[in-house]
Design a protein around this ligand. Structure first.
Ligand SMILES: Nc1ncnc2c1ncn2[C@@H]1O[C@H](COP(=O)(O)OP(=O)(O)OP(=O)(O)O)[C@@H](O)[C@H]1O
Length: 505
């Protein structure tokens, strides 16, 4: 038998009462792409942090090509040849792409810039090396993280949900890259909630549930239903049927909006027309970096329009272009931003305080002071209803697993019972069981008359959720396409800027 590149025996790690990893055994073969599967909070990220030296195990042993291995820090992991791309990015916003990379990879700026460009070309990871990170979309930031990792020539590459923000066209390209890396001698640990992807690219899979290994399988020999059952320990729920659409009042209307941001790296928007009525879900498709964050900021009120731009954005019939987020929320808007750590939640604050951030109008304040009992009750209700796996309402938001934090933020916003719900990337990092629960909930709310706008890079998700889809490309929004009359390829053509057949004809 070949000696595994990495071998773990009996690895355990607890955080207080939470046993995040319990007696984990894992062998990663040389030249393999090995999936780690499990629902939110199963312990996948914890295990990867132990392998990368970010955290130290409480017990167990590790070996690297048969030799004992003790990884005290990420720097040491990198020296050994272990690289990791995190689910939450670790880039400095005020530095450029190349400056961020220079912090980890030695070399002169000009030379690194050229290497970044060439890796981008080879692997479909296009990003401007001289752009400032704060101006990049989530998808572009992830590309920078992947490039930075590849530049250290790893023997074992850990990818924590690498495809979660990549558009479909680039996923295949990334997979070609990964296969190429594997064939040239690199092993890859691949965490993803997308079972089809795992079946497409991985030759092995280890399944975790509740911090324990529940199986090692060849994912190509099991269908996605099988894998999902092993992962969540039960059958998947059926999708919620959407009731026939009844055209309700306009809750959001954007009319001929042109917007040129001050930031030279941001995407200008032109002639945006968008209407979301009560009782419908409108999906916005598109590859990240095409104006999604700019449009989201204009709708949420993070960006306020100047006086000359009157009558462009309406919420519940009122011109809101000049109003701040609080005033828009008061009109019935609730908002889940794409960036869950930073905009969606404050990582150092407890879930209780994070509830307060947006839910305070639900009488959670009494004479200007926090009503602790009510706020805790609200938080507990959110945790219960949205199956947020956490030690309790006092847990810091930053200690939750990525998917659980997302469930918490989506739940908190829905519990505000808004008239207009705007969600960017609703199920990003959320496991397959919880993602289907969130989608069922969104469709149920639509059936009850809520107006819902969803921005997502996942076409499958938009097709499941939306009544109509519009595509954002280079800051312009396509016409509205009725989902049931549209094929994914048609949306795909808009996404890459190609003229759809009907229009070019
Ligand atoms: N720093 C921490 N402090 C306290 N608890 C933590 C910490 N990090 C992780 N946990 C807990 O450990 C458990 C495992 O979390 P982990 O992030 O490893 O899950 P995961 O499988 O990667 O989930 P996801 O798919 O949502 O990213 C969770 O219950 C989580 O809340």
């Amino acid at each position: 038998m070949t000696i595994p590149l990495l071998s773990l025996r009996g690895i355990s790690k607890s955080y207080g009462q939470i046993r995040a990893n319990q007696a984990i055994d894992l062998d990663v073969a040389p030249q393999s792409i090995h999936a780690i599967l499990g629902e939110n909070g199963a312990g996948k990220s914890t295990l990867m942090k132990l392998i990368y030296g970010v955290e130290q195990p409480d017990g167990g042993t590790a070996a690297w090509l048969g030799e004992p291995l003790n990884i005290a820090s990420p720097a040491e992991a990198r020296r050994r040849g272990i690289g990791m791309v995190f689910q939450h990015f670790s880039l400095f916003e005020t530095l450029t792409v190349v400056e961020n990379i220079q912090l980890v990879v030695p070399g002169r700026k000009a030379e690194l810039t050229e290497r970044i460009r060439s890796l981008g070309r080879d692997f479909g990871l296009d990003v401007d090396p001289l752009a400032h990170v704060h101006a990049l979309s989530v998808g572009e930031r992830q590309r920078v993280e992947i490039i930075r990792c590849l530049m250290t020539n790893p023997k074992l590459l850990i990818l924590d949900e690498p495809t979660s923000v990549l558009p479909p066209q680039l996923v295949d390209k990334l997979f070609d890259t990964l296969r190429h890396l594997r064939d040239s001698g690199v092993s890859i640990l691949f965490i993803s909630h997308k079972l089809e992807e795992i079946r497409a690219i991985c030759d092995r899979a280890t399944i975790l549930r509740g911090g324990c290994v529940t199986g090692h399988v060849d994912p190509r020999k099991h269908d996605t239903h099988d894998l999902a059952r092993m992962m969540i320990g039960r059958e998947m729920p059926e999708p919620m049927p959407a009731l026939p659409i009844s055209r309700g009042d306009k809750q959001l209307e954007i009319v001929g909006l042109d917007y040129t941001p001050d930031d030279p790296f941001a995407v200008p928007l032109s002639k945006i027309n968008l209407t979301v009525r009560a009782g419908e879900i409108i999906g916005i498709a598109g590859i990240s970096g095409n104006g999604q964050s700019e449009l989201a900021a204009l709708i949420s009120g993070e960006t306020v329009l100047g006086r000359e731009q009157k009558d462009r954005i309406f919420i519940a019939g009122k011109d809101v272009g000049g109003l701040d987020p609080a005033a828009r929320r008061a009109l019935g808007l609730a908002f889940v931003p794409e960036d869950r750590l930073g905009r969606g939640a404050v990582p150092e604050m407890s879930l209780v305080l994070n509830s307060l951030l947006t839910a305070h109008p639900l009488k959670l304040l009494k004479r200007g002071l926090v009503d602790k009992a009510r706020t805790t009750a609200f938080t507990n209700e959110c945790i219960r209803q949205y199956d947020v796996r956490t030690s309790g309402p006092e847990a810091e938001a930053g200690s939750l697993s990525g998917g659980n934090l997302q469930k918490f933020i989506v739940g908190r916003e829905i519990m505000l019972a808004p008239k207009l719900l705007f969600v960017a990337q609703p199920t990003w990092g959320v496991d397959i069981g919880a993602a289907s629960a969130i989608r069922r909930k969104l469709i149920a709310l639509r059936n009850e008359g809520m107006a819902i706008l969803v921005i997502s890079e996942e076409l499958e998700e938009l097709f499941e959720l939306s009544d109509s889809i519009q595509v954002l490309h280079h800051g312009t929004l396509s016409q509205q396409l009725v989902t049931r009359d549209t094929r994914p390829e048609e949306i795909g053509r808009y996404m890459i800027g190609a003229q759809p057949e009907s229009v070019s004809a």
